[in-house]
Design a protein around this ligand. Sequence first.
Ligand code: F6P
Length: 361
Amino acid sequence: MKLARIGILTGGGDCPGLNAVIRSVAKPAMAHFHAKVFGIQDGYEGMVEGRYRELSPIDVLGIINQGGTILGTSNKGDPFHFPMGERGNLRIVDASDQVIENYRNMKLDALIAIGGDGTQIIAHKLYQMGLNVIGVPKTIDNDLDATDITFGHDSARAVATEAIDRLQTTASAHHRVMIMETMGRYAGWIALGAGLAGGADIILIPEIPFSWDRVFEAVLKRSKGAKFSIICVAEGAKEEGGDMSVRQMDKKRTDPVRLGGVGELIAKRVEDETGLETRVTVLGHVQRGGSPTAFDRILATRFGAVALQSASRGEFGVMTSLRENNVITVPLQDAVGRQRLVPPDSQLVFAARAVGTCLGD
Ligand code: F6P
């Protein structure tokens, strides 16, 4: 397989480990295949608008430990749902022909698309239109079914765990109820993992809708013993029969929903119903920033190396995936559009319950 010109892009929300993938594609591509590597700027937006630059070995030097992405990213660049104009004048158009044209102009032999489910759905469509695309899965949310874990998740979970550790000392000092809202969209992996690791007293995740009475009971019980409570709540958590808290709708994105607000909602109800002093921390983008953990650096490096190997074999329309500690490739067709949510009967949930954590049900 001729591998002379390789494009690489990072799409969707950033996460720690993106630069480690860029490095592990670019370094061997340049050193072993003597290929030219083109960094496409701001995800598919750059692919539509023809914004890219050739990377040099210097560009990928010393970036394994850097958060963010040296290429920039965007979650408003879906070529099949491309926003043109601003606000009152906003139009959504299909700009996929522009991507095909730019791919051909760049004379690419392969395009490596690093991103979450949205990025991989687009990668699959572009593959079906004839482009040599390979996907690499990232997201702090860990919500892709086709891989045991995505890189970025471990780093976000570590940040959230440290935040709980810090909240615990101040909660204990003031005898307060401390609520920490994590990201994660429709999946509760970050809240459950950090809640378990940080020893949260109550963990609320979208997959297990909560009852207000269970939450009130749990904090009142704690107030009589330890005298403080930590509630770790995923942004997508909702009460039984209720809906997720939506902060904003953004039409420029393929999925317009921006979640947020459930932490505030719970804080108000807990304080009103129990009389206990309550505070809320919304962890937000702190979870997405900063250096990747060693686990994420290694996984990202393995993903990038395997993606390049697949390209060298002419194997396209696939996504890298971790299965039983082995990095393999799976067809994009089978990988996309399938969310990996926390199974309510999973061992993580079982272990949380075993140590007395209230799951709100
Ligand atoms: O998908 C990653 C994620 O961080 C989610 O956990 C969160 O809901 C969303 O992105 C936030 O998006 P934005 O950065 O556009 O606010």
